[in-house]
Ligand binder design. Sequence first.
Ligand code: SF4
Length: 275
Amino acid sequence: MEGLGRLPDRSSICFAYPHKTRPVSVTGPSCELNCAHCGGHYLQHMQPLAAAVAADDSPSWLVSGGCRADGSVPVGEHLAQLAAVKSGRRYNMHVGLVGEAEIEQLAAVADCVSFDFVSDDPTIREVFGNGRQAADYIACYQSLRRRVRVMPHICAGLKGGQISGEYRALEILQALGAEALTFIIFMPTRGTRFGDRKPPDITEVARLLTHARLNFPAIPLHLGCMRPGGRYREEIDKWAVRIGFDTVVNPAPAAVALANKLGLTISRGEECCVL
Ligand code: SF4
C-alpha cells in the first residue's frame, strides 16, 4: 500500500468495547428522513429516552434519534430532561444539522457531539434527500466547534458503497481543524434503499485510512463501531492496526492478535470511543 512507509510511528492502540455507553434515542424508533443507508433500522436497537431515564445507571449515553426532514435530530426539546438526569453522566450527542439556537443550549449539556461530516452534494442528495448542501454541513460543524467538543464522523462508502467525497471531506477538515476523526464504513442493511449494495472495496478504504493518518499525524484517529462484520472486519481492522489508528471499536480478534504480534501497548476502553 502506497504511503505505508511514511506513516508516523505508533506504539500503542486502544481497543474499545463500548458496553458501558447506553445508546438512547430521543425519538424512539421513528425517523422522518428514512435515509438510503439506514432507513431508521439502527434506531430499533436504541433505548427510548423515557425508558433510559427511568432505569439506567450507565456512566455515559450516546444520545441520538431519528432526523427531522431537514436533517436535524430533535434534541433541543429534550435538553432540560437530559440536564436533569445528567449528574456526572457523560453525553456523546449525535445531533445532525442543528440550528444556532439549539447549539447554544446543547453546549451546556453535551460532553461531546458526534457529527456526520459530509461534503459531497450528490451524496447528500442521494443518501439523505434532506434538501441540504455541503455548505450547510460545513457551517454547522463550525458553529458546533465554537461551543462544544465535536468529533467528525466520516462514513467511508456512504454513497451506496462508493468512495466519493471522503477525500474532499478530509481536505476541508484539515483547513477547518479537527481534534480527532472517527471513521465508520458503509454496510448494506436489509430493508433499506441501499440494501442490495456492497460495502466499499477494502483496499480503497485502507488507502483512505492511510491518507488520513498521513495528513493528520497528530490527532487521534478512531475506527468506529459501524462497519461490516466477518472477513471484511477482520481485514480492515488489521489495516487500521498497521496504519497506526489510535482506537478500534469492537475489534476482530485477528486485529488484537496483530497488535500483540507488533508489540503495541494495548489499552481497553469500555465507553464510546470519543468520550
Ligand atoms: S463510532 Fe465511537 S463515538 Fe460513534 S457511536 Fe461508535 S463508539 Fe460511539
